[in-house]
Design a protein around this ligand. Structure first.
Ligand code: ADP
Ligand code: MG
Length: 701
C-alpha cells in the first residue's frame, strides 16, 4: 500500500477500479505492470510511437517501415507451403505489397477479395517476392473516405499478457481527457522559478505530450527518450531519488557515534613496520578517514581505488584507530576467498602489534564458531574478518566502532543500513568504511551514492608496469598454450580463468575442471592447481597457499579469483570466453597480474562468431589500463544497473529516467535538490511519495 501524504490523501485512496473499464481483473493486470494508482497510470509511458498520421505510397516503402497504406486487392489466394497461408496482393498505383496471414478465417478471406479497397497498418518486411506485411491490422474502406489524418502519433505501451494495447491506450486517454482527475493526480510540485531556471516544461504539459505527441513531433528524439518533455519527467524522478538519499544522509549525520580519537601510536607502529611508504593518494585518503572517525557522528565513506591501488592498508589503518580507542572492528568481504585474503593481511599487519584478529564465515562451525562468537560478544576479539556471516542474527558485538566493507557494489544500500543498525549500542552507531574497485563515474556516484562521502585513491604504488593486454580468437588457443608453457618454464606463474559458461555455478566449476585436465595433459611438466566455488574453504586455501608459495606454475580458476588474490610473481593471465564478462569485471580480473615488478600480460580469448562490436569492446581493454576509462566505456555499453550491481538490490530503481542517457541532468538535479531542501521543504514529501512510494521505507530507517 502506498503511504499517504497530506496533499494527496484523497487521490491515493482513489482506487483504479473506480475508472470506467477497470474491473478487478484489469486492475490485477495493471498491478503486474506496477500500476496501482492513477498517477502510476499517467506515468506509464510509451515504449515507442507509431506514425499513423499519414498514408504512405506503397512505392516508397522500405524494409522496417511501420506505416499505414491503402490499396486495392489485386489477388488473394491460399498457398500451401510448409504452412497454410493467405496471401493478398494490394496496389495503390505506385507499387505492390503482399499481405501474409498464417491465421485467418473464411470471413477474413472474403473481406480481402479481389477489387476490395483496404487500409493496412503494419511493419514492412522484405519477403521472398518483394515487400510484405505479416498480419497487418487491416480494414475495408470506402475509397471516398478521407485519410485518417490523426493529428497525433500513436503510443505503444509496455503491457502484460491479457492486457491489450488498445485497452491501455483507452484507459490513459480517458485520464488525459478528464481535467479533474488529471489535475488532482498530477499536481505541479516544482516551483515555477525552478522550472524556468532549468528550462523544462510544466508537468501536465509534459505528460500530455509524451502520451500523444503531435504529428510533427521529432520521432527519433522521442524514441530515444531525449525530448525535453520526456526529460522533464526524468528530471523530476532523478530529483526525487536525490532527495531521498540526501534525507538519508542527513539522518545519519544526526546520529551519535563514538568519536575515535587517540594519539595514533598503533598506526605509526604499523607504518614503521611496512616495507613500503604510502602513496600520496593513500596518505590523503587515510587522513580523510582519520578525521571522520574522530567525529561523534558515524562516518559514511566510500573509498574508490583501482585494483592494486592499495585500499587494504588504508582500511587497516582505520581499524587501528578504532582498536586504539577501545572499539571492535568488523571487516566484511563478499566472498570467502576475498575475506580470507583480508584475514591474512590483517593478521600479518596487526597481530604483531598485539591486536586479536578473529575469523568468522558461514563455514566456521562447531567449537571454533562458539569461541569466536563468545570473544566477539565479550569484546576480546578486536578485529573480526569474515563474510556476511559477521552480521547474522545470532552474532553480537561488545562494542563495535567501525564496519569495513570491501567491494561495496555487491552489497546494496539496504544491506549497508542493516549492518549499521546491527552494530548499534549505547555508544551509538558504528562508523562505516566501504571500499570498491569499481571506479564509478562521478555522475553515477552522485546519484547512486549520494548518501556517502567519496574518497578516491587515484594513484598506483610505484614500480607497477601496466598489463599488456591482447585479444585473440579461440582458434589460436594452441599458440596461447605454447606461450603459457614458455612463460612458466621461465619461472613465471600464470592464471587461466574460466568464466561462467551458463548461469550455473556447477557448470562453471565443471568447465574449469575440464580445462585444468586438458592443460595438464598438454603440459605434463607443469604443476597445475585448480580453484573453484565448489571446493571446501580449506581446500581452496591450500591451493592458493601453494600457488602463492610458488609450488604451482599455473592456477586454473573460475571467476572466484576476481577480487583480492595477491600473488606478485604471477605475471600472465589467460581469460577464456572473455566476451562473456563485462569490461569492468575483466579489468578487475586482469588486476591480479601486474602486481610485481616484472612485465605482465593478459590474453583475452574469445569464442567463434564474435561480432565486430563485441571485439571492439574487448579492444578497449587492450587500449586502456585505467579503470575509470574502462568503467566509463562499460557504462556506455552495458548501462548503469550492471555496473553498480544494483539490478538485484533495487538501489537505482528508475521508472522513466535512465542514468546513462540522462546523466547530463544530474548536476542540475543536485542543485535543485539543495534548493528544495532549503527553500521548499514542504514539497519534498509529496515528490518522494510520487516517485518512490513504497521504496521510501529505506529512507525512513
Ligand atoms: P586493492 O586496492 O586492489 O585492494 P591491495 O590493498 O590488495 O589493493 O594492494 C595491492 C598490493 O600493493 C598489496 O600487495 C599491497 O601490500 C601493496 N601495496 C599497497 N600500498 C603500497 C604502496 N604504497 N607501495 C607499495 N606497495 C603497496
Ligand atoms: Mg582489495
Amino acid at each position: 500500500m502506498k503511504q499517504t501524504t497530506p496533499s494527496s490523501a484523497t487521490t491515493q485512496h482513489y482506487p483504479l477500479t473506480r475508472l470506467p473499464g477497470v474491473g478487478p481483473s484489469v486492475a490485477q493486470k495493471l498491478a503486474r505492470l506496477g500500476i496501482n494508482t492513477i498517477a502510476d497510470l499517467l506515468f506509464h509511458l510509451p515504449l515507442r510511437y507509431q506514425d499513423r498520421t499519414r498514408i504512405a505510397a506503397i512505392g516508397s516503402l522500405r524494409n522496417g517501415d511501420e506505416v499505414t497504406v491503402r490499396g486495392e486487392v489485386q489477388l488473394s489466394e491460399i498457398k500451401y507451403g510448409r504452412r497454410r497461408m493467405l496471401l493478398s496482393r494490394i496496389s495503390d498505383g505506385t507499387g505492390f505489397l503482399t499481405l501474409r496471414f498464417f491465421h485467418f478465417s473464411a470471413q477474413q478471406q472474403a473481406k480481402l477479395a479481389r477489387g476490395v479497397q483496404v487500409e493496412c497498418f503494419g511493419e514492412v518486411r522484405a519477403g521472398a517476392s518483394g515487400l510484405e506485411m505479416v498480419h497487418p491490422e487491416h480494414q475495408q474502406i470506402d475509397p471516398a473516405t478521407p485519410p485518417p489524418n490523426a493529428a497525433r502519433l500513436t503510443p505503444v505501451y509496455p503491457t502484460t499478457e491479457g492486457l491489450r494495447q488498445l485497452k491501455l491506450r483507452a484507459l490513459i486517454q480517458t485520464l488525459l481527457n478528464d481535467p479533474g482527475l488529471f489535475n488532482t493526480h498530477l499536481e505541479e510540485l516544482l516551483p515555477t522559478d525552478m522550472l524556468h531556471d532549468i528550462q523544462l516544461p510544466a508537468l501536465a504539459a509534459a505528460v500530455h505530450y509524451v502520451h500523444y505527441p503531435p504529428a510533427d513531433a521529432p520521432l527519433a528524439t522521442l524514441q530515444s527518450g531525449e525530448h525535453p518533455m520526456q526529460q522533464r519527467l526524468a528530471f523530476e524522478e532523478l530529483l526525487a531519488h536525490q532527495l531521498s538519499l540526501r534525507l538519508l544522509r542527513r539522518r545519519q549525520e544526526k546520529r551519535p557515534a563514538p568519536a575515535l580519537s587517540g594519539e595514533g601510536l598503533m598506526q605509526k607502529a604499523l607504518l614503521d613496520a611496512l616495507p613500503f611508504a604510502l602513496t600520496h593518494a593513500q596518505q590523503r585518503v587515510a587522513e580523510e578517514i582519520r578525521h571522520d572517525l574522530q567525529q561523534p557522528h558515524p562516518m559514511q565513506r566510500l573509498v574508490q581505488g583501482d585494483v592494486g591501488s592499495g585500499k587494504t592498508i588504508v582500511a587497516a589503518l582505520a581499524a587501528l584507530q578504532a582498536v586504539e580507542a577501545g572499539f571492535q572492528v568488523a571487516v566484511m568481504a563478499p566472498t570467502e576467498l576475498l575475506a580470507e585474503q583480508h584475514r591474512n593481511n590483517f593478521t600479518a599487519w596487526l597481530a604483531p602489534l598485539g591486536v586479536a584478529v578473529h575469523w568468522l564465515s558461514g563455514k566456521t562451525k562447531g567449537a571454533a564458531r562458539r569461541e569466536t562468537l563468545a570473544a566477539m560478544a565479550e569484546g576480546s576479539a578486536q578485529v573480526i574478518v569474515g563474510t556476511q556471516a559477521l552480521f547474522q542474527e545470532e552474532v553480537a558485538y561488545a562494542h563495535l566502532g567501525l564496519v569495513i566493507i570491501d567491494e561495496q557494489h555487491r552489497f546494496g544500500v539496504h544491506q549497508r543500513l542493516s549492518l549499521r543498525d546491527k552494530g548499534r549500542d549505547n555508544d551509538g552507531y558504528p562508523h562505516q568504511l566501504v571500499m570498491t574497485a569499481t571506479p564509478i563515474p562521478r555522475t553515477l556516484a552522485q546519484t547512486a551514492y549520494a548518501d556517502l562521502d567519496l574518497s578516491i585513491i587515484d594513484e598506483l604504488p610505484p614500480g607497477r608496469s601496466p598489463v599488456e593486454t591482447v585479444v585473440i580468437a579461440e582458434q589460436r588457443r594452441d599458440e596461447v598454450v605454447a606461450r603459457l608453457h614458455k612463460a612458466c618454464r621461465e619461472g613465471r606463474q600464470a592464471y587461466w580463468v574460466c568464466p561462467l559458461v551458463e548461469e550455473s555455478e556447477k557448470l562453471q566449476c565443471q568447465a574449469a575442471q575440464e580445462t585444468a585436465e586438458a592443460l595438464q595433459a598438454a603440459l605434463s611438466d607443469l604443476r597445475i592447481g585448480l580453484v573453484h566455488g565448489r571446493l571446501k574453504a580449506a581446500e581452496k586455501t591450500a591451493v592458493m597457499a601453494c600457488f602463492k608459495a610458488g609450488e604451482l606454475d599455473l592456477l586454473v580458476a573460475t571467476t572466484v579469483i576476481e577480487v583480492g588474490v595477491d600473488v606478485p610473481n604471477a605475471t600472465l593471465m589467460v581469460i577464456d570466453n572473455a566476451e562473456r564478462l563485462g569490461l569492468s569485471q575483466l579489468h578487475q580480473l586482469r588486476g591480479r597480474v601486474g602486481r610485481g615488478a616484472g612485465q605482465s600480460s593478459c590474453v583475452l580469448l574469445y569464442g567463434a562468431g564474435l561480432s565486430k562490436t563485441a571485439r571492439a569492446r574487448l579492444a578497449i581493454l587492450r587500449e586502456s589500463n585505467d579503470g575509470f576509462v574502462v568503467a566509463q566505456k562499460d557504462l556506455e555499453i552495458r548501462g548503469p544497473g550492471e555496473l553498480l550491481g544494483t539490478r538485484q538490490t533495487g538501489l537505482v530503481n528508475l521508472r522513466i529516467a535512465d542514468l546513462q542517457r540522462d546523466h547530463a541532468l544530474i548536476p542540475q538535479v543536485a542543485r535543485c535538490a539543495d534548493t528544495l531542501l532549503r527553500n521548499h521543504p514542504t514539497l519534498v514529501g509529496p515528490l518522494l511519495q510520487r516517485w518512490l512510494g513504497d521504496g521510501l521505507r529505506y529512507g525512513k530507517v
